[in-house]
Design a protein around this ligand. Sequence first.
Ligand code: GN1
Ligand code: MG
Length: 336
Amino acid sequence: MEQVRAALVFFPLKEKVEQVQPFGQGHINETFRVTTAKQEWLLQAVNTSVFQHPEIIEAHLQLLLKHNTKLFVPHVLSKERTYHITAGGKVWRLQQFMQNTYAPDGCNDDQRKEVVKGIAAFTQSVHGLSLSDFRPTIPKFHDLSDRLLQYEKAKAADPLHRLKSAKAIVEKLDQWKGIANRFEGLVRKGLPLRIVHNDAKSTNVLLHQNDNRFAKVIDLDTAGPGYLLFDFGDLLRSMLPDVRENASVNKVNISRERAKQMQAVFLDECGNLLSPLEQETLGFGGLYMTYLMALRFFTDYLMGDIYYRVNHPNENLDRATNQCAVLEGMLEVSIG
Ligand code: GN1
Ligand code: MG
């Protein structure tokens, strides 16, 4: 906690820090809830082995926060007028802690609608910015062909000999490779690149505690160039299942009706901005993102859990198995 206090010195807080506690479920960055006399703050240490160019995130944040002062959580400018500072070898940023809001993990119909509205509001807002001002913060982040390559490499290396007990999942993952070809076909057909959130899961949208209405879109680390189906796909991936992403399950029931409702809300909110091809391929985003996450979790399991934080040795395998079950559930009811 000493490190945290040393970082806080860079931000012009008027009140004395009373308490610092670890906060949240993120897989990548470290987050702390900071209490001062009258207010609370969220301090984050950016994981710089994952985000090797925090200056790109800084530039995006400067643009986004200036462009829309309502949609995002206010961040604190450091004494150097930047949102990120370096202290003790780490990169830190500070934002307001949004009282009386929550990030839904498991949604009812109303909450689901509000989360979709939140990402639609993001889509609409960034439509007014210039794509040329945004760069990928992680190279090839949602490049499924590259994720397949990493998966193949991990299988070939198998450093912890984890592959032999994972035959069933490998069989599934191998059978869905066509999803990558289908995506490349869409890009050739003219699917437009635009600014997207690139981590549009339900826990990255805050809702108001009192009425469950949409409040803020959070976690702008990966915002940048991408395809809209990534964001809508992450909405489907995170809200169609009634189980959490790391629940150890082999079967997940998916409702086609629920997917249709989500798509209707999304199109209602921002459909006017979408090309016909974007509109037609929103559902396919569910398959694309769920497959990509299944590959990422499984690849990390094979490589010895070097990317995602795990609480037990099989957690990445559980997550991968879960995502395979979600994908199977989606295919069963012909989503995408
Ligand atoms: C990671 O750390 P968090 O929860 O914001 C990941 C996303 C995944 C998500 C799965 C930079 O996000 O791509 O969709 O886990 N972010 C990065 O829950 O890898
Ligand atoms: Mg994230």
